[in-house]
Design a protein around this ligand. Structure first.
Ligand code: ATP
Ligand code: MG
Ligand code: MG
Ligand code: MG
Length: 487
């Protein structure tokens, strides 16, 4: 089954169960100071769960563009090293806002996977909240346990602790137990080596969590107490790329049609006219990680730009810049890409995802231009920066590299701190992050006096800084901002 069919099948299954199909919210969040990027399907429905807004439909289904690279959900370090965590991914979800509850949510999840998608029930495990002995003193979710017991053998139901199986929106607000569904995607040979009902993906990388069914039944009050919610809600999230892996009978998200066209294009670009010693995915673990990182990161970057978030030096823009630079360095070091190349992947991405996400198609030219520019500017300094990093390492006694040196790399060569830490990690070194922070703070203090003073519509630099006019920026119809930069 193609990924396109899988996406439609999910949406249509729940549509037939009276759910309204709604579009994905933007991945880049502009109006919430507490969250830069959408990291779960529920974000856009937060106000419904809090009871601040009344939903038009009480049953909704969607696929949500998510990015997990900052805050509580940061999967960046996993990406490329494993085959099922991405920076940007799609989360399929069905929702009940005070409508159905556990019985339907569990029955439909099972029906969708086993009857519609024909997943072998013997490859599925489910988890249930075991209760807690802390101040909340919650009892086990025996309602969910009973519902699952009617469907799956008891030895496939795994008890989960509060960390994995109790969901909370924040310090206050709706919360409740959840049930996860895990799929065993191991080959028969691998299965023969280890077996047992305790297998969840903590124990084996190929027994993967695909779906999380959250049952919001409590409200956490300001004093920490829990009270039952008057209207109970269901919030589910299923990893679309992981589902495709299961349904396409492969063992890695990167072997599904979501990623293979991008990976083939990376190979084509890397090999150029070289017909001897061709680089191919699946032959060398180090090269494979680099290819996976690049295939992953171009999606995160392209979707962000399509949402209007350009790379920059602060906030969400810097997150995007860091991701892009990370990918460029993986290419440079492991695939020998010395010229901009990521922008050339945009066409393939648009071909595979442009019909589900028209914004990609519409913004294609902008995405290509911005990515190419970013690549050029980082490649200008990357080579020299890597040489400097090598010499820093050579002069380091012990295994910890001076944070002030990492600051120089950041300041002069544009190396994000996490990139420096990543490269050092590859070479068996660690970074003195405190030293970096101190150097960063010192620079901020130095530049404060010379920095921009904001006076209403204008950004004015103090007199002692030489200026070069770089253009007008129309932020909105009334505000004209003249930008200067230090020269
Ligand atoms: P995991 O334990 O694998 O990190 P999670 O428990 O953090 O997943 P949830 O917050 O429960 O994930 O999100 C719901 C679903 O979204 C998961 O069951 C999984 O299928 C998918 N998912 C979560 N994080 C990622 C990611 N980084 N890349 C791809 N899919 C993901
Ligand atoms: Mg996670
Ligand atoms: Mg999990
Ligand atoms: Mg989960």
């Amino acid at each position: 089954m193609t990924s396109k069919e899988t996406r439609n099948q999910f949406l249509n299954f729940f549509k037939e169960k009276s759910h309204k199909i709604v579009p994905s919210a933007p991945m880049v969040i502009k109006d919430d100071p507490t969250l830069m990027f959408t990291n779960a399907g529920m974000n856009q429905f937060k106000e419904y769960f809090l009871g601040n807004t009344v939903p038009k439909s009480t049953r909704v289904v969607d696929t949500q563009k998510c990015l997990r690279v900052s805050g509580k959900h940061n999967d960046l370090e996993e990406v490329g090293k494993d085959t099922y965590h991405h920076t940007m991914f799609e989360m399929l979800g069905n929702w009940s806002f005070g409508d159905y509850f556990k019985e339907e949510a569990i029955a439909w999840a099972w029906e969708f996977l086993t009857s519609v998608c024909k997943v072998d029930p013997n490859s599925l495990y489910v988890s249930v909240f075991e209760g807690s002995e802390d101040a909340d003193n919650l009892k086990m979710d025996d309602e969910a346990f009973g519902l699952w017991k009617a469907i799956v053998p008891e030895d496939r139901i795994i008890m989960g602790n509060k960390k994995d199986n109790f969901w909370e929106m924040g310090d206050q607000g709706p919360c409740g137990p959840c049930s996860e569904i895990h799929v065993d995607i191991r080959t028969p040979e691998e299965k023969a080596k280890v077996s047992g009902a305790s297998l969840v993906n903590k124990d084996h990388p190929q027994v993967v969590e695909i779906w999380n069914l959250v049952f919001m039944q409590y409200n956490r009050k300001a004093n920490g107490d829990l009270e039952p919610l008057p209207a109970k809600h269901v919030d589910t999230g299923m990893g679309f790329e992981r589902l495709c892996t299961v349904l396409q009978g492969v063992q890695s998200n990167y072997d599904t049609d979501v990623f293979t066209p991008i990976i083939r294009e990376i190979e084509t670009i890397v090999n150029g006219k070289n017909r001897q010693n061709e680089t191919k995915y699946g032959q060398d673990p180090e090269i494979d990680i680099a290819i996976r990182v690049i295939a992953d990161h171009i999606r995160a970057v392209a979707f962000s730009i399509a949402d209007g978030q350009l790379p920059s030096n602060t906030g969400a823009g810097y997150v995007i810049r860091r991701i892009l630079r990370r990918a460029v360095r993986y290419g440079f070091t492991f695939l020998n890409t010395k010229e901009p190349f990521m922008y050339r992947l945009v066409t393939v991405l648009v071909n595979t995802m442009g019909s589900a996400y028209p914004e990609l198609k519409e913004q294609r030219q902008l995405i290509e231009n911005v990515v190419k520019e970013e690549e050029y500017s980082f490649l200008n300094t990357l080579d020299q920066g890597l040489v400097l990093l090598d010499s820093i390492i050579n002069s380091t006694k012990g295994k910890e590299v001076d944070g002030r040196k990492a600051f120089e790399l950041y300041d002069t060569y544009g190396f994000p701190i996490d990139l420096t830490a990543l490269i050092l990690g590859e070479k068996g070194y660690t970074l003195d992050e405190k030293g970096f922070e101190t150097a960063m703070q010192a620079q901020k203090n130095r530049s404060k006096s010379a920095s921009a003073v904001s006076k209403t519509d204008w950004t004015i630099l103090s007199d002692d800084v030489e200026q070069e006019f770089v253009g007008y920026d129309m932020l909105n119809a009334n505000v004209k901002l003249v930008k200067y930069r230090k020269v």
